[in-house]
Design a protein around this ligand. Structure first.
Ligand SMILES: Cc1cc2nc3c(=O)[nH]c(=O)nc-3n(C[C@H](O)[C@H](O)[C@H](O)COP(=O)(O)O)c2cc1C
Length: 305
């Protein structure tokens, strides 16, 4: 059986294959070394990093739900300096692309991280706009098209690398948000981040998460993620990295048929630490069984015009 061509290109960067790790679910890969050869993954999207260290939310921060998990980790991270020193150094040993997810509480904080990363040997930056804007009463940056366009423009001005804008699904019109990112100069879109949810402990009569609400991820959100990728792919021309509940190669193929150029694997890593590799093999098998030479040939084929 001939090997099919899994290579893809996003913003001029060539990836060996179409499968990435979703931010916050794989760290920088150190803990997965026993299960996964990082050289085999198309890209590692690292956990959100801020200009200074963030301590995250109180525990409990994780709750299991049907077909998924709720998390309110609160973007705990050591800050960009330690991240550069430890994580980028670690990842550069491997033949994979490095995408750094950045977070902030103000426009200025995002720009500060972008400036600091600009001199580093990484491939792309992913902008997590699901954070609350502390100067605007905590409204998430990603729920207001004007804020999305502005933050994309400002971060781009401060960044040497191509920029992926990661959309929040907690909006009424996802296409409007994607268009705002395009207007701001985004080089690619990734989607979706987690859906806001909650769980209640009926015995304690209290929310399960210390933070009360959290982000829902895993197979439970896949139909929502797929619908949003489909709608956005119909409306814009820049590449999309699709994610949300992908557990195997077949799920990944659905996202590519819906118009995604690449896919990212998140919660599946917790259930199966080899999930990324299994997805790569699953996609390759599907392409071989369907006599497809290159992954790009099937992108968007399910789009009904
Ligand atoms: C524990 C956890 C931590 C996460 N941390 C981040 C993060 O730091 N930045 C970010 O943009 N998304 C973060 N996400 C969202 C994921 O990258 C992904 O968008 C989402 O979980 C949907 O994909 P999945 O259903 O495959 O997990 C996190 C998700 C989980 C479950």
């Amino acid at each position: 059986m001939n090997k099919c061509d899994m290579r893809i290109k996003i913003a001029g960067v060539e990836f060996e294959n179409t499968v990435m790790t979703a931010s916050g679910t794989f760290g920088s890969g150190k803990e997965y070394g026993e299960y996964v050869d990082i050289n085999e993954i198309g890209a590692v999207i690292t956990k959100g990093v801020s200009s200074t260290p963030w301590r995250g939310n109180n525990t409990p921060r994780i709750a299991e739900t049907y077909g998924g998990i709720l998390n309110s980790v609160g973007l705990q991270n050591p800050g960009v300096e330690e991240f550069i020193e430890k994580d980028i150094k670690f990842l550069r040993q491997f033949d994979t692309k490095i995408i750094v997810n950045i977070v902030g509480r103000t426009f200025e904080e995002y720009c500060e991280v972008a400036r600091r990363l600009s001199s580093e040997d990484i491939d792309l930056v992913e902008l997590n706009i699901s954070c609350p804007n502390v100067k605007e009463g905590g409204v998430a940056f990603g729920t207001d098209p004007k804020m999305i366009e502005y933050i994309t423009k400002e971060v781009k001005k401060n960044l040497k690398h191509p920029l992926i804008v990661k959309l929040s699904p907690n909006v009424t019109d996802i296409v409007e948000m994607a268009k705002a990112a395009v207007d701001g100069g985004a080089d690619a879109i990734s989607m979706i981040n987690t859906l806001i949810g909650m769980a209640i402990d009926i015995h304690k009569k209290r929310p399960v998460l210390a933070n009360t609400i959290g982000g829902l991820s895993g197979p439970a959100i896949k139909p929502v993620a797929l619908r949003m990728v489909y709608q956005v792919a119909k409306a814009i021309d820049i590449p999309i990295i699709g994610m949300g509940g992908i557990m195997n190669g077949e799920d990944a193929i659905e996202f590519i048929l819906a118009g995604a150029t690449a896919v990212a694997i998140g919660t599946a890593n917790f259930a199966n630490p080899r999930a990324t590799i299994d997805v790569i093999e699953g996609i390759e098998n599907y392409l071989a069984e369907n006599s497809v030479d290159s992954i790009s040939e099937i992108r968007g084929l399910a789009i009904v015009t």
